[in-house]
Design a protein around this ligand. Structure first.
Ligand SMILES: [Zn+2]
Length: 175
């Protein structure tokens, strides 16, 4: 059984055991936020939001995740000098830009599956014509520069989540 299956099972078990109403004191969710704050690793939270159809999707948790992800996007954007920040006006514009890229990339990563094929990339054993078999919806923004940065950050999110799954899997196997 892979990490994602086990994780989903653990989430179900904890919900039953604790019988807490959704969105309230969820121990797994609290642990994921604590880990992200301590280590800056968003992996556990990203898994949570993508694979658990539950409290993580409440507005408060998503806002908190977006805040952490915006900080990460800002860090990467500055390192790669996406936009100038040499005047107060520029700095303000840059913050808006980082927030936009963070919002669009997180939303796309969570729910960016192609609507036509449901993310499978195929319809009746043929490549889906809407997404050309990729399974992902196109990133919907008129600005090419924004689209490119969003695309980069969506792959970063895939990377962070993938590394987390790999680490967790290795731990489950006792390596
Ligand atoms: Zn499709």
């Amino acid at each position: 059984m892979g990490f994602i299956d086990r994780y989903i099972r653990a989430l179900g078990a904890s919900t039953l055991e604790h019988g807490a109403p959704p969105g309230r004191t969820d121990p797994l969710l609290a642990a994921a936020f604590a880990a992200a704050d301590r280590s800056g690793d968003l992996g556990p939270l990203l898994h949570r939001v993508k694979y658990a159809d539950d409290p993580m999707r409440d507005a408060g948790s998503l806002r908190q995740l977006l805040r952490l992800w915006t900080a990460e996007v800002t860090r990467r954007g500055r390192a790669h000098k996406w936009v100038p920040e040499n005047t107060a006006w520029n700095t303000q514009a840059a913050h808006k830009f980082y927030l936009l890229v963070a919002e669009l990339s997180l939303a796309h990563w969570i729910e960016g599956s192609c609507r036509q094929c449901g993310g499978t990339g195929t319809i009746e054993a043929r490549p889906c014509s809407d997404c050309k078999g990729r399974g992902e919806a196109p990133i919907d923004h008129p600005g090419g520069f924004v689209r490119e940065r969003v695309k980069d950050m969506v792959s970063e999110l895939h990377g962070i989540a993938g590394r987390h799954a790999a680490r967790a899997n290795a731990r489950l196997k006792g390596k």
